[in-house]
Design a protein around this ligand. Sequence first.
Ligand code: IMP
Length: 418
Amino acid sequence: MSSTAILGCMWGDEAKAKIVDVLGANADIVVRFQGGSNAGHTIIIDNDKYILHMVPSGIVNPKIICVIAPGVVLNPFEMIDEMQGLKERGVDFSNRLLIDPRANLVLDLHKDLDCKSEQGTNGNKIGTTKRGIGPAYADAVARTGLKIYHLYDEVTLKSMLIQIYQSHDRNLTETELKEIVEELQVAAEYLKPYVKQTPYYLNEQIKAGKEIIFEGAQGSLLDITYGSYPYVTSSHTVSGGISIGCGVPPNKINKIIGVYKSYFTRVGEGPFPTELLDKTGDQIRTQGHEFGSTTGRPRRCGWFDAVASGYTAMLNGVDEMALTLLDVLTGVGDVKICTGYKYKDEIIKEFPAEVRILAEVEPVYEEMPGWEEDISSLTEFDALPQNAKNYIKRIEELLGIPATIISVGPDRKQTIFR
Ligand code: IMP
């Protein structure tokens, strides 16, 4: 029995949820440890599509218990909407969801602040999902944030709301305060049966030998410390964030699976060295349905970047790679892998700390022959076209990690295990 982390190792949207779903067949518990409703996790089961933002991907498997750990920022209204939608589709939540009382709340105020700063008048546009994630984490760190447990203490709730609004130079009238408190209290009642300390639960379950999956949201290159700052999200998306986010010590995490797409994508602002602003980029976007599941924005597409991928493999301690969306590269012609960055007259192999340098580097490519065959129904590695096999092997070689799972389509069944 073991615990496994499934982490996005790019700029998000690596098809992590599909991998969680596929590996979840043997899991007991799936845990979200960071992020919030900025995530958009898509699972397809026999043509049935689920897009999850807050609820862990394990929910579609009735035998799995889902945990929202303290490191997540939770918008109670969006959470309830999502739960209602899932219930209408037959998903049963009874005894299957735990929400930690320490999780910080995302309020309408935070969404509003996020939208305002994204209007770009101060030149700070990040291209966020406008879900209020950054402002909610900022309040948490400023020690003014509201937590789930505050919802159950009316006096504290009221005084903290006044304090939060004031800290953002906003005054609440008595009526506004009353309305906000009432709405939050209704949400609190709905969520009450699920609120439970999750670090105790998770550590007990680990002791009992249960199979646990830590489901990452976003990707390592969006990590608040290690990503392409400031064009990042506001949480720790790397494996180190798991322990902080859910109170499970590092020595209890047995395996790290890094999820990499077969090409790169990015949504929002920020440098992207291998971005393709040509027909091939458009073809990848179309074939890969590369439009954000949270915002609907078209994703920027580009070649596989082995410099950035090697960096995230190192940061996370990736043991095995899940290489996803390989089918999307069918028919794009020759494929390229970036193996270094040219900066001024030097070739650099390290992902730059400074976003200014990342914006100036030129990718150095290795070109390989592509493939034309439809690979979306293959279930054996050996059945893949030789050029696809060569491409995978070269990525494995460059990262020094085996690709043990290869995804050739969105459905559970479209998966090759090695
Ligand atoms: P925020 O997380 O909404 O604050 O957005 C910060 C940056 O992270 C923006 O570039 C977003 O596009 C990006 N981002 C946030 N969540 C996701 C995700 O789930 N997939 C891909 N990018 C994301």
